[in-house]
Design a protein around this ligand. Structure first.
Ligand code: MOS
Length: 725
């Protein structure tokens, strides 16, 4: 269902081209290819003479390598190479670092860290040799730090301090001061990490499973210490990423190093266990939230402090308070993220870094406050939406939070919710309802894309933008089709190759609005050229079904092209508006949950999310993003939890049998309402980020439904049955 809140903005071309393509719930063109096995993933290219590499992980948590008994496995059948003397194998350069980190080649920072690559003629031979590889360690695991509660914490960034929170808390008529915990998460993308590398002289081609092609080229080049121009990355189809493929990782660097050494192509695929053990985790968090309100339920004090962890040399700190900065008012604020150094695998971006766990907790504590005051949770939130960004006095660009709560609540039947817990029983089950706000910052990235109008009128879009299952192929084609009046069966989108202009990449919910705007700009430029050839003002140009019209003139587009293609590159970068407005996507979650009175089992019975993220580019792919996010929310609320051995920091549940993502039986009917808006400050196509919003608060709505059902408020996610009995 799609509700239009903002009237179409006739100043924006996408609202006056009138093709009915933009926003339409069109199928993804990559869908049939994927279903038929015709969309090759990173490991699925057949290269002549390709050797197979298997990574070996450290069997200790901290220390160094004393000796690697290479010769023993080099004698095994089919084994070609044991690579272990390259530091870049241990920790590839990430985030466009100028250089791969200088590192002692023998140093080990966490259990499972890749320390060697064994290459053989077949995968089975390489696997057997990797298992047999004997390594002597200088084991200093005893000096590791494995308990996230016992670390020395230091601020990641300057805390946000406004007014005096302690005084405001002491004067508040109603107050909540609670500490919650969330456990670590895995990205758990469907496609395991894999790469194939092939050198042609000094030129490297890498087929990889990656989210951000242009930065990944730079990272790979930096890791290998070769010029960027020597590296080509190909990633047209990516089976999910969720942050785990934002940066180049071990398999890509290892494949490139081995292929250079052997002078033949090398493929490195990670097992599911290796993905869990070596790819970014989301940090566990401890979060203290302080809310102090006056008698009318208006916040006077807002405190949110988070304690997170990462490896000593890593900068990333889960930005837990990101949405707390802008979502609610309160003149007295204290927001801080504190980082402790732990001996565990690297913490990094996992879907909606910050909000996924920060909103889950903030929205639970808001529910605690509403319950204490005795007002409806929606009403409490409405009383606390600030008119301007607290502390910075900036306007909000667009914010459909009221509308999401009202529309969503009406569609869900929120008015039937019982105000107190334990008022609805269905056989063995206590049943309750909960809600939460959704909020996620809106970000934009520099992006470029080429659009070519072929002499026969077909449209080709090319950018290195990836499609990680999100719908990039569909929406980029729709923008071009709408702008150039070209039916979709004559539009082709080519993605994920570093030979194409650099898109924004897939991350931070910025792909659609950023790379989409680059396609939009390229099409604007083509329209201006076509109008010139028709000798009319471009404002008057109408393009439809291959015909150009305007100011009483008309010509087939192919005649205007006169046998030659017309191509333009569109470029976009974040401008001043990013600094002049508080920009975010908003929504509301509603959940009905049952709690088994005897076993503590929780069953989410139904959920609804209502979201506003600017222009909806494709109602089907947008809805699917929201659904996927909400399914993640179920996992974060009820089952997902990385478990580390407290003795050595080793990840214990390193596969999908032990790390419990929601399965079909866990996912109830979910309804999505899209509240279409226009955000002219966010991007030229007036769209904001959609991808991650569906997980930003979901777990809070589920926890609040659990409390409303049975009166128990566990403050430790995931809410497993033991916490309810
Ligand atoms: Mo996202 S966690 O920026 O893929």
């Amino acid at each position: 269902m799609l509700t239009t809140y903002d009237t179409p903005d006739q100043r924006n071309l996408l609202d006056r081209t009138g093709q009915g393509i933009i926003g339409a719930p069109l199928d993804r063109p990559d869908g049939p290819l994927k279903v038929a096995g015709q969309a090759p993933y990173a490991a699925e290219y057949d290269l002549v003479g390709c050797a197979e590499g298997v990574l070996v992980g450290a069997a200790i948590s901290k220390g160094s390598i004393a000796a690697i008994h290479r010769d023993e496995v080099l004698a095994m059948p089919g084994v070609l190479l044991v690579l272990s003397d390259k530091a870049m194998l241990r920790r590839p350069a990430q985030g466009g670092a100028a250089q791969a980190p200088a590192q002692d080649v023998r140093q080990i920072d966490y259990h499972g860290q890749p320390v060697a690559l064994v290459v053989a003629e077949t995968f089975e031979q390489a696997t057997a040799a990797a298992k047999a590889l004997r390594i002597d360690y200088d084991d200093q695991s005893g000096s590791g730090r494995f308990d996230p509660d016992a670390l020395d914490f230091a601020p990641g960034e300057e805390p946000t301090v406004l007014g005096d929170i302690d005084e405001a808390m002491s004067k508040a008529a109603h107050r909540v001061d609670e500490t919650y915990r969330t456990e670590g998460h895995a990205s758990a993308a469907m496609e395991p990490h894999a790469a194939i590398a092939q050198w042609d002289g000094d030129d490297l081609t890498l087929w990889g499973s990656l989210q951000m092609v242009a930065p990944n080229v730079k990272e790979l080049a930096d890791s290998l210490r070769i010029p960027d121009a020597r590296v080509r990355i190909v990633a047209p189809y990516v089976g999910g990423g969720f942050g785990s493929k934002l940066g180049i990782s071990h398999e890509g660097v290892a494949a490139a190093l081995a292929a250079l050494e052997l002078q033949r192509p090398v493929r490195v695929t990670l097992s599911r266990q290796q993905v869990f053990e070596t790819v970014n985790r989301r940090s566990e968090t401890r979060q203290r939230v302080r809310l102090g309100a006056d008698a009318g339920g208006r916040l006077l004090a807002l405190g949110h402090e988070a304690w997170i962890s990462n490896l000593p040399a890593e900068d990333f700190a889960e930005p837990v308070t990101q949405a707390t900065q802008f979502l609610y008012g309160g003149d007295n604020r204290y927001l801080a993220v504190l980082k402790g150094e732990i001996t565990r695998l690297t913490a990094g971006s996992v879907r909606a870094p910050g909000e996924a766990v920060g909103m889950q907790v903030l929205e639970s504590v808001m529910d605690e406050l509403a319950h204490k005051i005795g007002i409806d949770p929606i009403e409490l939130r409405k009383r606390n939406l600030p008119a301007r960004l607290p502390g910075q006095d900036l306007p909000y660009s667009s914010r459909k939070l009221f509308e999401a709560m009202d529309e969503g609540g009406a569609a869900f039947g929120w008015s039937k919710r019982k105000p107190k817990p334990c008022m609805t029983r269905d056989g063995e089950w206590w049943v309750g309802m909960g809600m939460a706000s959704a909020a996620r910052v809106n970000m934009m990235q520099p992006a470029s894309a080429q659009v070519r109008l072929e002499a026969d009128g077909r449209v080709i879009v090319e950018t290195d933008q990836t499609d990680i299952g999100t719908g990039s192929y569909a929406i980029l084609g729709q923008i071009a089709g709408e702008m150039l009046g070209c039916p979709m069966d004559r539009v082709e989108v080519r993605l994920g190759d570093s030979r194409f202009p650099a898109g924004a990449g897939s991350g931070g919910s910025w792909a659609a609005s950023s790379t989409g705007s680059a396609v939009f700009r390229a099409c604007e430029s083509i329209r201006i050229e076509l109008a010139g050839r028709l000798r009319i003002d471009s404002e008057a140009l109408e393009l439809s079904g291959g015909i150009a019209r305007g100011a009483g003139k008309e010509a087939p587009v192919t005649r205007l092209l006169a046998g030659a293609p017309l191509e333009r590159i569109g470029r976009i970068k974040p401008g001043k508006t990013a600094d002049n407005y508080a920009q975010a996507s908003y929504g509301a979650f509603f959940c009905e949950a049952g709690v088994n009175a005897f076993t503590g089992e929780v069953r989410v019975r139904r959920m609804l999310g209502a979201f506003g993220f600017g222009r909806v580019l494709n109602a089907k792919t947008a809805r699917s993003q929201c659904l996927g996010g909400m399914v993640w929310g179920i996992g974060g609320a009820l089952s997902e939890e990385l478990q580390f051995d407290p003795r050595d920091g080793r990840l214990m549940n390193h596969d999908l049998a032990e790390y419990h993502i929601p399965v079909n039986r866990d996912v109830p009917p979910i309804e999505v309402l899209l509240l279409e808006e226009r955000d002219a400050a966010a991007s030229p196509i007036q769209a904001k980020g959609a991808g991650e919003l569906g997980i930003c608060g979901t777990g809070g709505a589920i926890a609040n439904a659990i409390f409303n059902a049975c009166g128990v408020r566990p403050r430790h996610f995931p809410i497993t049955p033991d916490k309810l009995l």
